[in-house]
Design a protein around this ligand. Structure first.
Ligand code: AMP
Length: 570
């Protein structure tokens, strides 16, 4: 927030749309939004070059919503968005629904492979925006259910994909059914000749807006180790935690796109024993200063932030940047990773990439002039191995350090006593267990296979080189909180609280943290680790506060159910 950035208010959007954007946690428009929104509100035709991940959906959806007649009564749609796939139709419809919830937008997604009845029914009730794949749209036009004569705006989204899939004729037939006076907007990630031809036939003096892959390599790419992990959105929190566990960073900044994501992830990390806090534009200056102070003094080691809030942030000891979401442009990626690897230190930049964001990753690779290796999300077995390895290294360091010898000798007597009637190997095993627990302990299996979700459809649309999508297959189950979950007893100074609701009731770690901080007034950083079991949950809190927590939580409501709470006696 140090440097003022672009502002949604400057783009000509009305108040109720602006408040929706604030509630969604969007802090500033992406470059394509800043360029496209004013043009489209002004009624211009537009040829936009932008891939998934740039924020292109909001770039056309917000102007369409802005231009809707506030007193609309007609049942016929005033906007038609054509997309290549059913998946994208649903995604775009979801985006319209969230951006348009404040103005009661009526929409329908129309796509093949599903019964037409519901879609026809929705059209009959009346809609403002139709998001459709070309084939089914044409079909419903022919049946008389979809009428396009009131359409004011047509968007061709991912036009290159639609042409690739052979939809050109359907698109042209549909365009012919719309009024000549319409506004036409074409978005495409690439601009082959066929797109230009399509545009010259159907767009009128289009404005060109390109958030194109950068033409040349950037000269100031920081020297940091970079890697990417292909994960489904749903798996991102678990993947991020495993990656942090495997990396064991000194201090990390994790970038998310929205305030909501920042808050959710920071809470989930705190619930699993990380010293993590959120930084975004929704905090007051005072709150931000305090978070920054704690980061500088190393009281926290994970900062979860939006780009806007992290602007101007300058902390020398950061070792890792994690892109929980890819940024909306390659340039922002370079900017983000410039936060680490300062003063000759080794820096690491790790990115979680959704399968559909492959083009954005390619654009980033082009700008940095090097491929970013795709790595597997570590399996639970990998994380276990790495932790054991770290405990072993720590012991070897002591053995190899001449300065430690005197200290070791000071334990001779007690060790001799231990060995009196025990076998040395057993004593060593116990000592190793103690050291390992002190270093964070073992990890516990989770109940969910991270790979399962990926195998279902995470690989769809992956380029051949991504064929080996990250998978923990064959490595046992996937991980929950690693730092915490295997700890069999609370850490010293902490007490464990038992809560009568668990996974079966839909309870998540953030629910538990939320209720302990909300009802008992504890600070987020004092709460956790949290363990969610099938029928109950456990949460560790400072011993001194345990009774207060039990008292204030008993009979509180979590996920709509009354909870019973007691001190867990082990
Ligand atoms: P898209 O490129 O349209 O698929 O958008 C990619 C993602 O960025 C979606 O998850 C959007 O919700 C999100 N997004 C779009 N615009 C913004 C913004 N201005 N700030 C934060 N997130 C955004």
């Amino acid at each position: 927030m140090d440097t003022p950035g672009l502002d949604f208010t400057a783009l000509g959007l009305r108040g109720d749309l602006l408040s929706t954007l604030t509630s969604l946690g969007y802090e500033e428009p992406t470059p394509i939004q800043a360029a496209a929104i004013p043009l489209l509100i002004g009624g211009a035709d537009m040829l936009g070059q932008a891939a998934t991940g740039t924020g292109k959906t909001a770039a056309f959806a917000l102007p369409i919503l802005e231009r809707l007649d506030p007193d609309r009564r007609s049942g016929a749609p005033s906007a038609l968005v054509l997309v290549p796939t059913r998946e994208l139709a649903l995604q775009v419809a979801q985006a319209f629904a969230s951006y348009g919830k404040g103005i009661g937008v009526r929409l329908v997604a129309i796509y093949g492979g599903a019964p037409a009845r519901q879609q026809i029914e929705a059209l009959r009730r009346g809609v403002d925006v139709v998001i459709a794949t070309p084939g089914r749209a044409l079909d419903l036009c022919d049946r008389g259910s979809l009428k396009l004569d009131s359409v004011r705006t047509v968007v061709l989204d991912e036009a290159d994909e639609m042409l690739e899939m052979g939809f050109i004729e359907d698109i042209e037939t549909l365009l012919a059914k719309t009024p000549d006076s319409r506004q036409t907007v074409l978005f495409s990630a690439t601009m082959p000749k066929r797109i230009d031809k399509l545009a010259s036939r159907h767009l009128r003096n289009p404005e060109r807006v390109a958030i194109a892959p950068p033409a040349k390599r950037s000269d100031d790419v920081p020297r940091v180790r970079q890697a990417a992990f292909v994960v489904k959105r749903f798996d991102k929190p678990a993947a991020a935690m495993r990656i942090l566990d495997a990396e064991d960073p000194a201090a990390t900044i994790i970038f998310c796109r929205t305030r909501g994501e920042v808050d959710d992830l920071a809470q989930a990390l705190a619930a699993r024993g990380y010293q993590a806090e959120a930084l975004h534009g929704g905090l007051t200056q005072d709150q931000r200063d305090r978070v920054m102070g704690r980061l500088r003094s190393r009281a926290i080691d994970v900062l979860v932030a939006t780009d806007v809030a992290a602007r101007g942030l300058d902390v020398d000891h950061l070792s890792h940047v994690v892109n929980y979401d890819l940024p909306s442009s390659p340039e922002v990626y370079v900017h983000r990773i410039g936060r680490v690897g300062r003063a000759g230190r080794e820096g690491v930049a790790l990115s979680l990439v959704e399968p559909r964001e492959r083009r954005m990753l390619a654009a980033i690779e082009k700008l940095i002039g090097a491929p970013i290796p795709i790595e597997k999300v570590p399996s639970i077995a990998d994380v276990r191995m790495m932790r054991l390895e770290r405990s072993r290294e720590a012991i070897e360091d002591i053995l190899d350090d001449p300065d430690q010898q005197a200290r070791l000798e000071s334990f001779q007597e007690i060790v001799a006593e231990l060995l009196e009637d025990r076998d040395p190997e057993t004593v060593l095993l116990a000592a190793f267990a103690l050291a390992h627990d002190a270093a964070g302990g073992d990890v516990e299996d989770d109940d969910r296979e991270l790979s399962a979700a990926l195998d279902n459809d995470g690989k769809r649309g992956l380029p051949a080189s991504w064929g080996t999508a990250p998978s923990s297959k064959g490595h046992g189950k996937a991980g929950r909180g690693m730092r915490d979950a295997g700890v069999s007893r609370p850490a010293s100074g902490k007490a464990r609280i038992w809560v009568s609701l668990g996974r079966k009731s839909g309870v998540t770690p953030s629910d538990i943290v939320g209720v302990v901080t909300g009802e008992a007034g504890l600070k987020g950083r004092d709460v956790g680790p949290v363990r969610i079991q099938e029928f109950y949950s456990l949460v560790d809190v400072p011993e001194a506060k345990a009774r207060k927590v039990v008292k204030s939580l008993n009979h509180c409501t979590i996920r709509g159910r009354k909870a019973k709470v007691k001190l867990d006696q082990g």
